[in-house]
Design a protein around this ligand. Structure first.
Ligand SMILES: Nc1ncnc2c1ncn2[C@@H]1O[C@H](COP(=O)(O)OP(=O)(O)OP(=O)(O)O)[C@@H](O)[C@H]1O
Ligand SMILES: [Mg+2]
Length: 229
């Protein structure tokens, strides 16, 4: 099996005025193709920072990130956005839908941004059905519940059939039943070969995930016993 994500000695520091915050402090992580991995950690521990680095939206202060056969710091902006559109499906934290587009338009948008030839409609319909929100197709985001918005964001992340899905608190607004459904969906797509990385502070959402790491103050550790704790 090929290794899809290799993160080596990542340090990320942010500057606020003269104060420096070290959000990630020497993170190492390898994720194989088709693996489902969860990172659990408290607020401010560096989870979103790590996802943003893997998505190439931020540059690390030190360290390297390799996705497939690409080393991110060797790509220029154009190559990076092309690589991202083709390979990465990002489910951002919080509400990230465009308010003046319908569910249907939001979900299909990355397909057109990627300038792919063909038609995304069949795939969009399939995803909305799988996520149980096909009846909301023509609605605007401000009429949806938090959980429905999350599911639209997940469908949107999957429209280009990315190799890697990066999901930031994907079950944040969901109840227990919907949380299980979303994790089951991620388990299914990982079995089909898509690499999935979820970050969350919600211990309940990781019950059905085999590979769990813990993030604390920018330090990542393997945490196999977390389910027992
Ligand atoms: N743009 C920024 N400028 C300065 N500091 C930042 C910036 N973004 C994040 N930080 C700081 O870096 C640390 C890690 O933030 P991050 O958003 O990665 O945490 P998180 O684990 O995702 O938290 P949450 O669970 O609340 O989403 C925090 O101390 C935060 O204040
Ligand atoms: Mg976060």
């Amino acid at each position: 099996m090929t290794v899809d994500v290799i993160i080596t000695d990542i340090i990320k520091e942010y500057k606020r005025g003269t104060r420096v915050t070290r959000a990630l402090d020497g993170v190492n992580l390898s994720i194989k193709s088709g693996e489902l991995v969860a990172i659990v950690g408290p607020s401010g521990s560096g989870k979103t920072t790590l996802l943003s680095l893997i998505a190439g939206l931020l540059n690390p202060t030190a360290g390297t990130i390799v996705l497939g056969d690409r080393k991110l710091d060797e790509l220029d902006d154009k190559e990076l956005s092309h690589f991202r559109n083709n390979n990465i499906g990002l489910v951002p934290q919080g509400h990230s839908l465009l308010a003046n587009l319908t569910v249907w338009e939001n979900v299909r948008l990355p397909f057109y941004l990627n300038k792919k030839t063909g038609n995304p409609d069949d795939r969009a319909e399939e995803l909305l059905k799988e996520l149980g929100i096909i009846h909301l197709k023509d609605e605007y985001p401000d009429t949806l519940s938090g959980g429905e918005i999350r599911r639209v964001a997940i469908a949107r992340a999957m429209i280009n059939d990315p190799r890697i899905i990066l999901a930031d608190e994907p079950t944040g607004d969901l109840d227990e039943e919907n949380t299980r459904e979303i994790i089951a969906l991620f388990n299914r797509i990982s079995k089909q070969g898509t690499t999935v990385l979820i970050v969350t502070h919600d211990l309940d959402s990781i019950e059905d995930i085999e590979c769990v790491y813990k993030m604390n103050k920018g330090i990542l550790t393997s945490e196999k016993s977390i389910k027992i704790a």
